[in-house]
Design a protein around this ligand. Structure first.
Ligand SMILES: Cc1cc2nc3c(=O)[nH]c(=O)nc-3n(C[C@H](O)[C@H](O)[C@H](O)COP(=O)(O)O)c2cc1C
Ligand code: SF4
Length: 435
């Protein structure tokens, strides 16, 4: 049993809970929407969310209410809300669980956000591979519509809140918010050059908010129990509420764990996830999805909040915590991640398009024991020429595995290169003798 109160995962952990509208209503579902729609001014809902301190759970941790407040106030045309359900970050699998097991919690969150920003149409952009999730959401939207929680004149308030489920086609980059918008518009999913930001020019050039599934799922609870209640959970004042951490890798009990922000990595890995799967020691941790730099066993007492993880040199990101044991080759681990980024680079900007290929080839060569000592400097220079020089944050993400493995496990690269050098020294005289 978890020792902390569950908020987002609570319903689905109750035996017999199916996620149907009936079950959701029995737990107090849609009471928050009833409380606000037509009764509280939309701007006051935004204020409430700002007061709660809720920050985005999609990766960057941007304050949710502040983002909503960026929308132009006097704008009369259509505005849009997009729920980012792309969840392609390796090691991240929480949004999928939220959508499949408690879809109405997500829909109620979307409806509250849509009301607050004045969006009559909202889209759930769901990762193409989540066929089951899309089916469940479609069914839940129809149920909520029939019950009057969605559609025209919601609960007799005069507000129109329509939700559409849109399936992606399996590109990681479509989780980047502007690529998501391009894809929703029916174009190839390539990130846009910013500014303008979606708040002023988003979907179809209209003011738009993009929020993550988990971010939105928090809203019914913030409305029902108050912003002060939410702000008191976690690490005040900047990392409030709980986080669902997706723990994977060499632990006994991989899975999703909802805990207050601010518990330590040690507590998450050794108390919640059952510790290491064998008697091998912990070697490396990715604390926030593949885009987050590696940490080491020295960081086990780092608190899982936005600031502490950033101070330790990584990021809380998407909440995907991957644990690796002693004996894992960190050059191999870096290559696995690099191959993913190389495959998923959209190719719109040259530092990322070309750099991801060079980085992959160079690490591949080192791992195949064909590297040279100068390759390490080449890797570093490549990373420096990618980070901060690309259209989207993918550039910063793809250098994270290389830079952080070089920082903590440079000796592993060097050992492989020394083996390559020794091999060359042995082979060359023999080759010369043959000629
Ligand atoms: C390459 C890349 C992939 C991303 N993938 C996702 C994703 O799958 N899901 C998500 O919510 N955010 C993703 N993001 C972050 C989004 O761009 C955006 O910041 C987020 O959806 C905003 O929601 P939030 O404020 O609620 O976190 C990604 C960002 C980048 C750069
Ligand atoms: S950084 Fe990479 S993924 Fe992002 S726009 Fe440039 S090429 Fe595409």
């Amino acid at each position: 049993m978890p020792k902390h109160e569950l908020i987002l995962l609570k319903n689905m952990m109750t035996p017999g809970y199916t996620g149907s509208l009936k079950d959701y209503e029995k737990t107090g579902g849609y009471q928050a929407l009833k409380k606000v729609v037509g009764k509280v001014q939309p701007a006051d809902v935004t204020q409430l969310v700002m007061k709660s301190g809720l920050r985005g759970r999609g990766g960057a941790g941007f304050p949710t209410g502040v983002k909503w407040n960026f929308l132009p106030k006097d704008y009369k045309g259509p505005k849009y809300l997009c729920c980012n359900a792309d969840e392609s970050e390796p090691g991240t699998f929480k949004d999928r669980q939220l959508m499949e097991r408690d879809p109405h919690q997500v829909l109620e969150g979307i409806a509250i956000a849509a009301y607050a920003i004045g969006a009559e149409s909202s889209y759930i952009y769901i990762r193409g591979e989540f066929v089951l999730g899309a089916h469940i959401l479609d069914k839940a939207v129809a149920e909520a519509q029939q019950a009057g929680y969605l559609g025209k004149n919601v609960l007799g308030s005069g507000a129109n809140i329509q939700i559409y489920v849109h399936r992606g086609a399996g590109a990681y980059i479509c989780g980047e918010e502007t690529a998501l918008l391009e894809s929703l518009e029916g174009k190839r999913g390539l990130p846009r050059v910013k500014p303008p930001f979606p708040a002023t020019s988003g979907l179809y050039g209209k003011p738009t908010v993009v929020n993550n599934v988990e971010t939105l799922a928090n809203l019914p609870h913030i409305v029902n129990r108050g912003p002060e209640w939410f702000a008191a959970i976690g690490s005040a004042p900047k990392s409030t509420g709980t986080r669902i951490f997706c723990v994977s890798g060499h632990v006994k009990n991989p899975g999703n764990y909802e805990v207050p922000m601010g518990i330590t990595l040690r507590e998450l890995i050794f108390e919640h996830a059952g510790g290491m799967r064998s008697d091998k020691k912990l070697k490396a941790i990715i604390p926030g999805g593949a885009s987050a730099p590696f940490l080491t066993e020295q960081h086990l007492d780092v608190k899982l909040d936005f600031e502490s993880v950033a101070q330790a040199g990584s990021m809380l990101g998407s909440g995907g915590v991957t644990v690796m044991e002693e004996g894992t080759s960190m050059v191999w681990a870096a290559l696995r991640l690099m191959e993913f980024f190389f495959h998923e680079s959209c190719g719109k900007c040259s530092p990322c398009r070309e750099g991801s290929s060079w980085l992959t080839q160079t690490v591949r060569r080192i791992l195949a024991k064909r590297g040279r000592m100068e390759d390490i400097e080449t890797l570093k220079q490549l990373c420096q020429n990618i980070a901060g020089r690309t259209i989207c944050a993918f550039g910063d993400a793809e250098v994270a595995p290389i830079m952080s493995t070089l920082q903590y496990w440079r000796h592993e690269y060097e050992e492989l290169i020394r083996e390559a050098e020794a091999h060359r020294e042995k082979e060359l005289p023999m080759a010369a003798a043959r000629h």
